[in-house]
Design a protein around this ligand. Structure first.
Ligand SMILES: *[C@@H]1O[C@H](CO)[C@@H](O)[C@H](O)[C@H]1NC(C)=O
Ligand SMILES: *[C@@H]1O[C@H](CO)[C@@H](O)[C@H](O)[C@H]1NC(C)=O
Ligand SMILES: *[C@@H]1O[C@H](CO)[C@@H](O)[C@H](O)[C@H]1NC(C)=O
Ligand SMILES: *[C@@H]1O[C@H](CO)[C@@H](O)[C@H](O)[C@H]1NC(C)=O
Ligand SMILES: *[C@@H]1O[C@H](CO)[C@@H](O)[C@H](O)[C@H]1NC(C)=O
Ligand SMILES: *[C@@H]1O[C@H](CO)[C@@H](O)[C@H](O)[C@H]1NC(C)=O
Length: 591
């Protein structure tokens, strides 16, 4: 490790120390609001989830087959009976359909395009709402890969191939298909259509892999490219069928080049802009999220100097023109150097750091003034994270035995997250507010922007009245407190017998303890919560036991028991009976 690395490591350690608390998710959700649905047949790693916000159907593509989920009805995966081989036009003679599903994309206006590939050729069709395929067309000598990003913008289809670059194609074959020679291994992560002032441009986000000098580790550089939607390539011998408007800028996240490997990208539409949430990883496998905006990115492309010599003087490279074939030879000869901006794209924020996390996918949602990040973990879990200030609200465990998550799709209008593995699609209802507990303070401590205290329960914000947290201090807001006291369960335990009291530990950010009279007793932690163990019941153990949690500035009674010793002969245990009881109770305790 060289000196720079060492310094970075020191900075990292100091930042770890300064924000030690709350690295873990506050609560774990294993079942509540989670619905699982399995594929009928065997394994495939290539699963693609498609849908737009407000779309009634979520599409799931896998091998040759298309499935649909209609969340409003039920959550079953339904096989969509369409085949690229039996559309009206041709190929109907094929007894076995040769096409492997190679692209699935939905446009903002709801059109779904569906492509299959075989023997290096591709056929694409649109799917109508009545599940028939129309307007099919063929792409010869091109074979998309289903898990690469794609974009359907009007009737133009954009897709990428890691070793080849960005393509565009449409049905009418005007401005046909585009490829570009590539310098090195690229991993494409997202295609974005420009909006407003930049709606004539298309952007791609990707990570570029370089071999390091020592040959030991791979080095990554992450970039964004911009090109003109109306680019029709150069002319014979000069960028024919190739982009003439593609220019590049480097994305920066973290100090220096800390976070250089782009892992995934999600976008959030704001009033007049698109925010880009980019998930990065660094050499130490730490994760970070950096936030950019498209207006800043397009400004850099429009105004930064180029980081090259011999920049053409008569035409700024990357500017859209009506007929790119008529660009001057000077410009067409300059473009293959992959013109790059001198200005880096800097994040709006400092990076949001996640130290010991290996996140693999990101989705983003906005709930009133709060932004929520959904980040999948390498182990198969999903973190729900509040952006400002960073707070891990919950860890969902959609797959009971852990798995590799292949895709994640957020339905922002219904607040549902779809997560796929090779065998299952799981839906997570992000508004399961009951998991935080049924007291106002618990609801408030959850910091979940989807949830609000309605006076009786922690519930979905849209349904409850938006209240501010101070309401918890008003007596009327806490009807359950006195009820709880009155109903303290009385537990009778036979003399000399073993017993334990249990207190659920919902929050991983709280500390729990038992209070017995003036004595404070620490928890015995177990799967079942915070336990208090009595090895042999005696008079000294009688009295009130209160399990108290402390979190933030709040102390709260979680459970309460009144213990008393029963002296009836019937319950007195002989030494043999006691031994039996001990043996029987051991597995129950899981200690
Ligand atoms: C899907 O394709 C993979 C390889 O691409 C294959 O191993 C798997 O068996 C296929 N699954 C189904 C259900 O056809
Ligand atoms: C699927 O549709 C075809 C006609 O397009 C029909 O012959 C076939 O029986 C259908 N299969 C199922 C399972 O509905
Ligand atoms: C990072 O993770 C990858 C795979 O998960 C592993 O091969 C690599 O050794 C890790 N690097 C460090 C520095 O831990
Ligand atoms: C500009 O080019 C030089 C030489 O190729 C390179 O070292 C430097 O990193 C580039 N700067 C940017 C911002 O890409
Ligand atoms: C976009 O990001 C830049 C910094 O990169 C920031 O100055 C600007 O305010 C942001 N724009 C919006 C609309 O948030
Ligand atoms: C909460 O309990 C701790 C001890 O467990 C105590 O130090 C603290 O003062 C209590 N806070 C409040 C607000 O009662």
């Amino acid at each position: 490790m060289d000196w720079t690395c060492f310094c970075v490591l020191l900075m990292w350690i100091s930042c770890v120390c300064s924000t030690k608390r709350h690295d873990d998710a506050r609560v774990t959700v294993k079942n509540e609001g989670i619905t699982r649905s399995s594929f009928e047949n065997h394994h495939s790693d290539l699963v693609k989830l498609v849908g737009t916000s407000g779309s009634k159907i979520i599409w799931v593509g896998r091998n040759e087959t298309l499935y649909s989920i209609t969340p409003a009805q039920d959550l079953k995966l339904k096989l969509v009976n369409v085949s690229l081989c039996n559309d009206e036009s041709e190929d109907s003679d094929d007894s076995k359909c040769p096409y492997r599903l190679s692209l699935l994309s939905q446009s903002a206006d709801g059109n779904l395009i569906f492509c299959g590939s075989a023997n290096g050729n591709t056929k694409c069709c649109y799917l109508t709402s009545s599940y028939s395929l129309i307007d099919c067309f063929k792409l010869e000598n091109y074979e998309p890969v289903i898990n690469e990003p794609s974009l359907l913008d009007g009737d133009m289809l954009y897709f990428t191939k890691s070793e080849m670059g960005l393509y565009k194609a449409n049905r009418n074959k005007n401005h046909n298909i585009w490829s570009q020679p590539i310098r090195m291994e690229l991993k494409y992560l997202k295609l974005i259509s420009g909006k407003g002032q930049y709606e004539d441009k298309v952007y791609s986000f990707f990570a570029e892999k370089h071999k390091s000098k020592d040959g030991e580790s791979d080095q990554w550089i992450s970039r964004v490219s911009q090109s003109c939607k109306n680019d029709r390539g150069g002319r014979k011998g000069l960028l024919q069928n190739t982009w003439t408007s593609m220019i590049y800028a480097q994305l920066l996240c973290g100090r220096g080049h800390d976070f250089s490997q782009l892992i995934d990208v999600a976008t959030l539409q704001t009033d007049d802009d698109i925010k880009v949430y980019a998930l990065f990883r660094n050499y130490w496998n730490m994760s970070a999220v950096c936030v950019y905006n498209m207006s800043k990115i397009s400004t850099i492309f429009a105004s930064s100097e180029f980081n090259s010599t011999n920049v053409p003087a008569d035409h700024r490279p990357g500017t859209c023109v009506d007929n790119s074939a008529s660009l001057s030879s000077e410009v067409l000869k300059f473009m293959p150097v992959h013109p790059e901006m001198k200005d880096w794209v800097m994040p709006e924020n400092g990076p949001l750091l996640f130290r010991h996390r290996h996140y693999t996918h990101i989705q983003v949602d906005r709930e009133q003034h709060d932004t929520v990040l959904l980040l999948s973990l390498e182990s198969g879990g999903v973190h729900k994270v509040l952006e400002k200030p960073v707070f891990v609200i919950a860890e969902y465990l959609p797959f009971p035995h852990g798995t590799h998550i292949t895709g994640m799709l957020l339905d922002t209008s219904e607040k549902r997250l779809f997560v796929s593995s090779s065998d299952e699609v799981v839906q997570i209802d992000l508004q399961t507010c009951g998991v935080y507990g049924d007291e106002c303070i618990e609801c408030m401590l959850s910091r979940d922007p989807y949830c609000v205290w309605d006076g009786l329960h922690c519930t979905i914000k849209a349904k409850g009245r938006a209240k501010d947290p101070h309401d918890c201090k008003m007596p009327s807001a806490e009807p359950s407190r006195t009820e709880l006291r009155d109903e303290t369960p009385v537990v009778r335990v036979p003399e000399s017998s073993r017993h334990f009291l249990r207190c659920p530990m919902t929050s991983h950010h709280a500390t729990y303890h038992w209070q017995h009279g003036s004595a404070r007793e620490e928890c015995v932690d177990s799967d079942q919560g915070c336990l208090y163990l009595i090895h042999s019941m005696s008079e000294a153990h009688e009295g009130l036991y209160t399990c108290v949690s402390s979190e933030d500035v709040y102390n709260r009674t979680v459970a309460q028991y009144q213990l008393s010793m029963s002296r009836s002969n019937a319950h007195r245990l002989t030494p043999v009976g006691l031994l039996l009881l001990i043996v029987m109770s051991l597995p129950v305790l899981h200690l």
